[in-house]
Design a binder for this molecule. Structure first.
Ligand code: AMP
Length: 215
């Protein structure tokens, strides 16, 4: 199963991808996570990426494409994978097609997780993450029992730099201008599966499984 997950920031594609990973034991390749790891490690690539990420802009294609190609060549990708947050523009989608051709791989589906704009704003501006264990909360939908403190481990909760309101607006603008055209791109290829991304995590997961014909 080789999948691309499309969806605006905050659409929950990362959460849903993780559920598929658990069920089917295939790797999730999140370019956002790979970039954040490079930022945390303080590599040259990470330093370059951070300046774009903090502004809500896309990191240059050459940086992301190299990272993805390296990852796809690893053995665990042979039986499948979920690309989460990649491709983000048409140039990346075309480069991915070439990459897959050279690796003799083919995508099975591009899943789009659809969520209305107002919901996305709340999901993103409300998001808080535990510094210690990474557990995520949302002050609107899934608030911690005590403000600013992780229910699970007592760690301090923080807001990602790119989850601040101004950056979020920018990220959503970038999404509409650069990523949304990919719906047509994959529709023309006949592999687009659009899924309603509102409702509970389990309901959305059921929608995705149904769209992919999975039990
Ligand atoms: P995400 O966690 O997927 O929302 O990504 C967080 C940030 O990482 C984005 O706002 C971009 O700055 C950067 N990023 C993630 N994936 C890509 C990509 N495929 N192309 C360019 N930039 C990306």
């Amino acid at each position: 199963m080789k999948l691309v997950f499309l969806g605006a920031p905050g659409a929950g594609k990362g959460t849903q991808a993780k559920k598929l990973v658990e069920k089917y034991s295939i790797p999730q390749i999140s370019t956002g996570d790979l970039l954040r790891a490079a930022v945390a490690a303080g590599t040259a690539l990470g330093k370059e990426a951070k300046s774009y990420m903090d502004k809500g802009e896309l990191v240059p294609d050459r940086v992301v494409l190299g990272m993805v190609e390296e990852r796809l060549k690893q053995d665990d990708c042979k039986k499948g994978y979920i690309l989460d947050g990649f491709p983000r523009n048409t140039a990346q989608a075309e480069a991915l097609d070439k990459m897959l051709e050279s690796l003799n791989m083919q995508l099975d589906a591009a899943v789009s997780v659809d969520v209305p704009f107002d919901d996305l704003m709340k999901r993103l501006t409300g998001r808080r993450t535990c510094k210690a264990c990474g557990q995520m909360f949302n002050i609107y939908f899934n608030a911690p029992k005590k403000e600013g403190v992780c229910d699970k481990c007592g760690g301090e909760l923080f807001q990602r730099d790119d989850d601040k309101e101004e950056t979020i607006r920018k990220r959503l603008d970038v999404y509409n201008a650069q990523t949304a055209p990919l719906f047509d791109y994959y529709k023309k290829k006949g592999i687009l599966k659009s899924v309603d991304g509102t409702g509970s995590i389990d309901e959305i997961f059921a929608n995705i499984c149904a769209a992919l014909g999975l039990k």
